[in-house]
Design a binder for this molecule. Structure first.
Ligand code: IMP
Length: 430
């Protein structure tokens, strides 16, 4: 096996950490960028010279013309969304050919009944606050062995035999949820084949493709979606997404072995946000500081437009994320949003029933009481590009996070634009 470099980037909060910008910076030196989990519940927003692009499914590396982009087997794919994104990018002159965009033939498909089930369950039962994109029902079908993988559409007669009874079952479930406007099987089937004909040339065996590329020394960036606290195993269950959002899944979700994962980079905002329901110990949405974060940080979801809940940085939760991802380094985003506040706070310990907890609890997170450390804030650092320009108070904040988590902060984002960042380490060096 040749030596090759790879970087895994994962969000380590409840998503929306600003991954697209870091991916954009890292993609400059990468050859291949891969998504390995989630689907179009993600929304990666990139701003280049003031122009905003939001991608939900296609890896954001596509904006770098020398890269190849891969949608791995661990991703769930809505073909309608995929084609819409592909066409929108092409209309802007970005090449999305089979050479530049590859899709694992094993990725599972999202169908209209998955979206309807997601919305119907939200309305009547779970109220998790999902994005309504059909993510949970599609992963559910995958695990129950009722899913359809993209590559199966190569043989319509064969897939139809297995798929039709699955559809009949969904129809019964949807009736129970009061949904009567369900497209017929024939409609879903023929539309899927039509979409498939437009993307068939993009399909690959992602394991062979990635392993061979890495053997040849290609640099691979694994692009995580959502965040560690939304992980199906270790997140705040049931208020989580339906995939493994942690670094280990970069291997499973693309078809390489875990030893091929190189530098593991965890991204956190300088504060915390959450969309959807679920416990959030350091939330201060109703206080002046929370309102400040929401408005200065433009905290509205890029997929659903929902207002994000805001709170202080939670080091106890991040410690858990460090452990479950085995992080080598941290990237800190949106540090500029906190400038101008009188004080900044860090959640440093949890108590439950007056007892200090040793670690992030698996249950009853809504009942913890948070202990904070307060630090002096800084007046301004928007757009700062060098370490030397960082105010001392911001440096103290950064050092406290590093000391607590025992992981170095290797990148700091100080504004929305591509070049508003301090890069302390070149992650592509072996
Ligand atoms: P689902 O992934 O649509 O099933 O939603 C499950 C939970 O994950 C909800 O609380 C969503 O708000 C949250 N979620 C899913 N994707 C994202 C994301 O990209 N950013 C932030 N939250 C997300």
């Amino acid at each position: 096996m040749n030596k090759s470099s790879s970087v895994v980037l994962v969000g380590i909060q409840w998503g929306d950490e600003g991954k697209a910008k870091i991916i954009d910076l890292l993609a400059e030196q990468a050859n291949i960028i891969c998504r390995f989990q989630g689907g179009n519940n993600a929304g990666h927003t990139i701003i280049v010279q003031g122009e905003k692009t939001v991608l939900h499914l296609i890896p954001s590396g596509i904006l770098h013309e020398n890269t190849v982009n891969l949608i791995g087997n661990g991703v769930v794919v809505d073909l309608e969304v995929l084609l819409y994104e592909k066409k929108s990018l092409e209309a802007r002159g970005i090449e999305v050919s089979p050479r530049r965009l590859k899709i694992s033939e094993l990725a599972h498909l999202i169908f209209p009944y998955h979206r309807l089930l997601d919305l119907g369950r939200e309305r009547l039962k779970s109220r998790i606050g999902t994005t309504g994109r059909g993510i949970g029902p599609t992963y559910g079908d995958k695990v129950m062995r009722l899913g359809v993988r993209i590559g199966e559409l190569r043989d319509p007669d064969r897939v139809q035999m297995r798929w039709r009874p699955v559809y009949e079952e969904k129809l019964r479930l949807l009736k129970e949820l009061g949904e009567t406007q369900v497209p017929s099987f024939e409609e879903i089937f023929s539309k899927s084949l039509e979409y498939f004909s437009e993307i068939e040339a993009h399909l690959v065996d992602s394991s062979s493709f990635l392993n061979e590329s890495m053997d040849q020394g290609q640099r691979v960036l694994f692009e995580g979606a959502q965040g560690s606290l939304l992980d199906i195993e270790y997140g705040t269950y049931p208020f989580v997404t339906s995939s493994n959002t942690t670094a280990g899944f970069a291997a499973c979700g693309t078809g390489v072995g875990p030893r091929r994962l190189g530098f593991i980079l965890g991204l956190t905002k300088a504060y915390t946000t959450r969309v959807g329901s679920g416990p959030f110990p350091t939330e201060c949405s109703d206080e002046a500081a929370g309102k400040w974060m929401a408005s200065k940080g433009h905290e509205f979801g890029s997929t659903t437009g929902r207002a994000r809940r805001c709170g202080w940085l939670d080091l106890v939760a991040l410690k858990r994320a460090v452990e479950i991802n085995s992080l080598d380094g941290l990237a800190l985003s949106k540090l500029d949003v906190l400038s101008g506040l009188d004080e900044v706070k860090l959640g440093v310990a949890y108590k439950m029933s007056a007892q200090k907890l040793k670690s992030f609890p698996s249950f009853d997170l809504e009942n913890v009481e948070v202990e904070y450390e307060s630090m002096k804030s800084w007046s301004k650092l928007d757009g700062v590009k060098s370490e030397a320009e960082l105010p001392i108070e911001a440096k103290n904040f950064i050092t406290r996070i590093e000391d607590y988590l025992k992981v170095p902060i290797v990148m700091i984002s100080t504004g929305p634009d591509r070049n508003e960042a301090i890069v302390r380490k070149d992650l592509w060096k072996d």
